[in-house]
Design a protein around this ligand. Structure first.
Ligand code: GLU
Length: 400
């Protein structure tokens, strides 16, 4: 009996030591994160009774965003709140709204939501940019590349994208309905290092703390097991759609895209600063980084619809980390659309890797061998300079 007690004490100590070390590693991850997606729920941003925007909270939050931006981090916000703001403006009844009513509420509320972000960002010398997405924009490859590209450009111009679901046009079958999963898809779409879900609770507990006084906070989740899923229970207490359950679903999406995820409370002022200062959070740790995860997806999951043959110069450029330009391609085979996967082949036909191509097969055939500056004149529209961007490419040999 003593022995049992001793053993369990010892293993508890081991566990504590391990979690201290892994916690320190997690904090370092936050410090190192270059691109961060933050999800803000309706309950944090709007007053339940009056439906007004909580401007003190938003101001403190944007102070944090400005601080992180100043430290060189790229921030993407995924914000709910359109329905909560709009339903009050339209004086809709309390309780669950019909889909058409939520859509009408979103149409009204999104204007003021975007305006609030624009104003609070501008007050700190930042530029906010609105992006409204539907499920298809994140799931269908061609549109996915468009959304990814727009967000990339905005970030390179130092703007702060503010994303929400395009609730006014998304019908029941084609909508996310919760911004937890939407934010995780956005995070993996832009290869973010870290996704923060600001919640009404400071992380995941072994049981809902409101129901179980013995519930313990979990600082780190290394893998989303059935046990972890069971801890999440059903929908939570938030005004928004998602409870802990959709947060765990978001975790699965984020982790498989190589993005770490943090769940922490947003019910305080300066919630992001609190993370930097070591506040209580639950870390969901991804096993690989976003670039590796994306390359694995390109090389392993997608069936190529065509092939492009490269000249020796282009092959060399690719392996030194460059993108593929139309000028370096000698031949194109197959039927494919923009955003489809194709196999890259050397002049002798050996496979060099795979990539997502930025042009359809017909258009690609018209521009191969030509300079990128000639693309617009040949096709009659302004396309991408690269045929396959290096981020959209997984090479079979490692790059030199
Ligand atoms: N997109 C919805 C809104 O802005 C919220 C979805 C959610 O609550 O997660 O109101």
């Amino acid at each position: 009996m003593d022995l049992t007690a001793g053993t369990s004490l010892e293993s508890d100590m081991v566990r504590t030591q391990t979690s201290e070390a892994t916690l320190a590693a997690a904090r370092a991850r936050w410090g190192d994160a270059r691109r961060i997606v933050v999800k803000i729920g309706s309950a944090l941003l709007t007053d339940r009774e009056t439906g007004r925007l909580k401007s003190d909270w938003l101001n403190s939050f944007m102070d944090d965003v400005a601080e992180l931006a100043k430290a060189g981090k790229q921030i993407v916000l995924v914000s709910s709140g359109s329905i909560a703001l709009g339903r009050h403006a339209l004086k809709l009844p309390k309780g669950v709204l019909a889909l058409e009513q939520s859509q009408a509420a979103a149409a009204v509320g999104q204007i003021s939501l975007a305006h609030s972000y624009q104003e609070t960002a501008a007050a700190r010398g930042l530029t906010a940019a609105q992006i409204l997405l539907t499920l298809g924009d994140t799931e269908e490859r061609r549109r996915y590349l468009n959304a990814r590209n727009t967000i990339e450009v905005l970030l390179s111009l130092k703007a702060i994208p503010v994303v929400n679901e395009n609730d006014s046009v998304a019908t029941a079958e084609i909508r996310y309905g919760d911004n937890d999963r939407l934010s995780a898809r956005v995070a993996s779409m832009v290869s973010a290092d870290c996704l923060v879900l600001l919640s009404d609770i400071d992380g995941l507990y072994t049981a809902p703390p409101s129901e179980d006084a013995n519930a313990k906070h979990i600082p780190i989740v290394n893998e989303i097991t059935a046990e972890i899923e069971a801890m999440a229970g059903d929908a939570g207490t938030e005004l928004s759609k998602g409870g802990m359950k959709t947060k765990i679903e978001a975790g699965k999406i984020a982790l498989s895209g190589g993005t770490h995820m943090v769940i922490t409370t947003g019910k305080i002022l300066n919630p992001l600063r609190a993370i930097s200062e070591g506040g209580r959070v639950t870390w969901f740790v991804a096993k690989s980084d976003p670039v590796a995860a994306r390359k694995r997806w390109i090389s392993g999951q997608l069936v190529p619809n065509g092939q492009v043959f490269l000249d020796a110069g282009a092959e060399k450029a690719l392996f030194s980390g460059k993108s593929l330009l139309p000028a370096g391609v000698t031949r194109v085979e197959g039927v494919f659309d923009r955003g489809d996967a194709v196999t890259l082949r050397s002049a002798t036909g050996s496979e060099l890797g795979r990539g997502l191509i930025a042009y359809s097969a017909d258009d690609a055939r018209r521009i191969i061998g030509k300079r990128s500056t000639e693309i617009a004149a040949i096709l009659g529209y302004e396309g991408r300079d690269t045929l396959i961007h290096r981020d959209d490419m997984a090479l079979t040999r490692s790059q030199r």
